[in-house]
Every structure is written in structure tokens, then in C-alpha cells.
Design a protein around this ligand. Structure first.
Ligand code: CUA
Length: 289
């Protein structure tokens, strides 16, 4: 007996390709401006600092780059379902798909170019455009902003289970709340007194590990007044989730008056604090109780 066989029909490949490419081009031309102009201004983490703004730009660029790829997959998928579907009652497999060398080569080349170009662009914005990085760069940062000498230094100290802040320019005062002046270059020095925490100030575009004995430096330039959330982004024990605070970016004058009142209020405690240093090694047993 003969094996049942259905004729797929003369598939004129260039004709289908042309249609799919046209549909793909039209949908991509619609999707990309929508992503850049409509979705972009809502992408995280906002524009409270220059570094946060750069992260939003990167998110917008990568989402826009993704659009033609997603559209190509969807167009091919939907087009195949609609046009190449088997008509009739008998369910018969189509001809098996084997490798398609030009397509595979194009795919590998295209995606490699995207990845390498993104790495080059990221390195350029980090090092050459030189405004520092909201990510912790360790004690000896490579990408240093040109304005570094004017930076307001803020030391961020993580401990189980809270954040405190020291301001060496203001007599090393330590506070349990963070306010920052607007339109100012800030230099965070993040460290820990016990285990590894991670200082994550979302709207500032800052995430830097807080490691005992290490001075981890991150830079931001504040651009917008408002509130920002601070979380610990490294599992650090039972009350990890308690390491949550709200900080504020305020006017330079409001910052001056805040830090002045903190200096006054914290003055009696200052003599119990160690001298300001890049990191601290407290006696472990005293902390453990
Ligand atoms: Cu500190 Cu998690």
C-alpha cells in the first residue's frame, strides 16, 4: 500500500519572505517610536540622578532593540499558523525542518553584533563620558567623575539590621536617616559592620555591596528633589526585610539646615563613635551579645 501523502502545494518562498518582511518592517516602525516616546518615560529607575537617567536610557535603548526581534518571531509564528496551516481532515506532518545555514549564520552574527555593540556603548558611557557609576566600584574606582573633588562624601554603614550614614565634612556626624542636597555630586562610601549587605537606593540608581572591612565607592549626581527608597539587596539574616528606609533629595539650603540640626542632636553620641574611617572592625562578641 502507499503512504498517504498530501501535497503542500508550490510554496513560492520569496513571495512569503517579502510579505513577512513588509509586515515586520511596518510593525517594528510602529513599535519602536511607541517604546521610546510612550513607554520610555515610565521605565525604571527614573531621573532623580544623572546615573538613574543613564540607566533609564539604557533600559529604553535595550527595549527598543528588542522590539524588532520580538516582532520578527511573532510575525513568523502568526504568519506560519495562518498561511502554512494544513487544510483538510487528515492530520499529516509537514516536511521535516533541518538546519538552514544562512538563517543560522545571520542570527548568530546579528545577535553577536547587538551584544558586542551594547558592551562597547556601556563601557563608553561608563569610562569615557566619565560621570561615575551608581554601581559600587570597590575601594579604588576606575570610572571617576571629573568633579570628584567637589563631591559630598556620605558613608553608608550597614549592620544587622539597619542603615546609618556618616558625613565626614560635618564632623563625622552619624545619622539614621539620609538626606541629600539637590544638584550635587555625591560620593557614597558603603561598608558594613557585620555581614554582607547591599545598599540599594532605587530612584538614585545606586546599588553597592556593603562588605565588612571594605570601602565600596559609588557616585551619583542628584538632579531632582523627592523621596527615594532604600533597601537591603543581600540576604543578611532574620530582619533583612527590615532594612528599609525612605531618603530625601532636598534643596541645598534644606540639606544644610537638616545636617546642622543632626549635628546638634547627635553631638552627645559623637564621643562614643570611632573616628571616621574607610571601614570599621568592631569587636565581634560585643555586637553578638
Ligand atoms: Cu542587610 Cu539584607
Amino acid at each position: 500500500m502507499t503512504i498517504p501523502h498530501t501535497e503542500v502545494g508550490p510554496v513560492r518562498v520569496p513571495h512569503h519572505w517579502l510579505r513577512m518582511v513588509v509586515i515586520w518592517a511596518v510593525l517594528s516602525a510602529v513599535a519602536i517610536p511607541l517604546i521610546v516616546l510612550v513607554l520610555g518615560p515610565h521605565l525604571p529607575p527614573g531621573r532623580m540622578t544623572s546615573e538613574a537617567g543613564s540607566q533609564r536610557d539604557a533600559n529604553t535603548l535595550m527595549t527598543a532593540l528588542l522590539a524588532p526581534i520580538v516582532v520578527s518571531v511573532l510575525v513568523f509564528f502568526v504568519y506560519s499558523i495562518v498561511v502554512f496551516r494544513e487544510h483538510g481532515t487528515a492530520i499529516v506532518d509537514g516536511p521535516p525542518l533541518r538546519g538552514h545555514v544562512p538563517m543560522q549564520t545571520a542570527w548568530v552574527l546579528f545577535t553577536s553584533i547587538i551584544v558586542v555593540a551594547l558592551a562597547a556603548w556601556g563601557s563608553y558611557t561608563l569610562i569615557v563620558s566619565s560621570h561615575g557609576s551608581g554601581g559600587g566600584q570597590g575601594p579604588d574606582p576606575v570610572a571617576v567623575p571629573s568633579h570628584r573633588s567637589h563631591d559630598l562624601v556620605v558613608q553608608v554603614i550597614g549592620q544587622q539590621w539597619s542603615w546609618t550614614y556618616r558625613f565626614p565634612a560635618y564632623n563625622g556626624v552619624e545619622t539614621d536617616h539620609l538626606e541629600l542636597p539637590n544638584n550635587s555630586p555625591i560620593e557614597f562610601h558603603v561598608t558594613s559592620l557585620d555581614v554582607t549587605h547591599s545598599f540599594w537606593a532605587y530612584q538614585l540608581g545606586v546599588k553597592a555591596d556593603a562588605v565588612p572591612g571594605v570601602d565600596n565607592v559609588a557616585f551619583v549626581h542628584t538632579r531632582d528633589p523627592g523621596n527615594f527608597t532604600i533597601r537591603c539587596a543581600e540576604l543578611c539574616g532574620l530582619w533583612h526585610g527590615h532594612m528599609f528606609q525612605t531618603g530625601n533629595v532636598v534643596s541645598a539650603a534644606a540639606f544644610k539646615s537638616w545636617v546642622g540640626s543632626e549635628q546638634k542632636a547627635e553631638a552627645p553620641n559623637l564621643r562614643y563613635l570611632p573616628r571616621y574611617g574607610r571601614s570599621y572592625f568592631p569587636v565581634p562578641f560585643r555586637r553578638a551579645g
